[in-house]
Ligand binder design. Sequence first.
Ligand code: RP5
Length: 182
Amino acid sequence: MASRKTGKKTASRASGKKTVGRSLPVKVAVLMGSASDWDKMKAAVDALEAVGVGCDVRVISAHRTPDRHHAYVTQAESNGIEAFICGAGFAAHLAGVTAALTPLPVLGVPLEGSALQGMDALLATVQMPGGIPVATFGIGKAGAKNAGLFAAALLAGSDPKIRKALDRYRADQTAAVPERPF
Ligand code: RP5
């Protein structure tokens, strides 16, 4: 299916599977290691949609579904994907392995849920050996939200519509801060 707005291919074309923000050009892949990560990773999708960036959302685990992971990541660029957001908990290697498979920017979101409350995922995601970078965000929902906004900022350099939407997002956010807490 080609995007109605741009005529560009969307990520759903290759797979025929569900995308979020269907009417928007799909430029970001939001991957998570488990469906149990969705309640946190939804914040990335919401942020992307708020600034007009469509995304393809997948449960893909580097260790439980390695073949699915390899196929998806290696085909993503030809399907119009320009950046990945990868959320995972525990020994979180999803972002690192994704970055190993693609030259596209990879944004890692460490997730809580283990006995170590996300510190394990944070260190696993942020401590990439030199040569294969992963831009790492904070643990959990806030990190996912910021990863969504950061991915939009990456795309905004070549897309004035996204740039405008980001400016509007910030202005609305500022306007929503009350003068007093009561
Ligand atoms: C990681 O293991 C996933 O990203 C998830 O955060 C965690 C637990 O997965 P489930 O056991 O809940 O499926 O790979």
